[in-house]
Design a protein around this ligand. Structure first.
Ligand SMILES: [Zn+2]
Length: 90
């Protein structure tokens, strides 16, 4: 059995990139997958960091990634708005 900690939890890609280290050395690392762009911190629970514990409903295959729809564009900012209580009104 392969070591599932060296696979992307989401797409099982074998190349994991080191993104960032905790300010206090050795506490956690941020890792990322170059194929599906999933990122996780090593201190997160197994369901977010290990392929064998990642929810099956959110797993992706290379075919899923290739067929994924375009990421929606962020709409333009609203020029004028008023903040009323906890809500805002354009
Ligand atoms: Zn991935």
């Amino acid at each position: 059995m392969s070591d599932t900690t060296s696979l992307c939890p989401r797409c099982a890609h074998e190349t994991i990139e080191h993104i960032f280290s905790s300010p206090v050395p050795g506490v956690w690392e941020v890792l990322g997958c170059g194929r599906c762009l999933y990122m996780w911190r090593t201190s997160e629970p197994a369901r977010r960091t290990r392929r064998d514990a990642y929810p099956e409903a959110f797993m992706m295959t290379p075919e899923d990634i290739a067929a994924a729809p375009e990421v929606p564009a962020v709409p333009p900012l609203v020029a004028d708005y008023q903040v009323t209580g906890s809500a805002w009104t354009p």
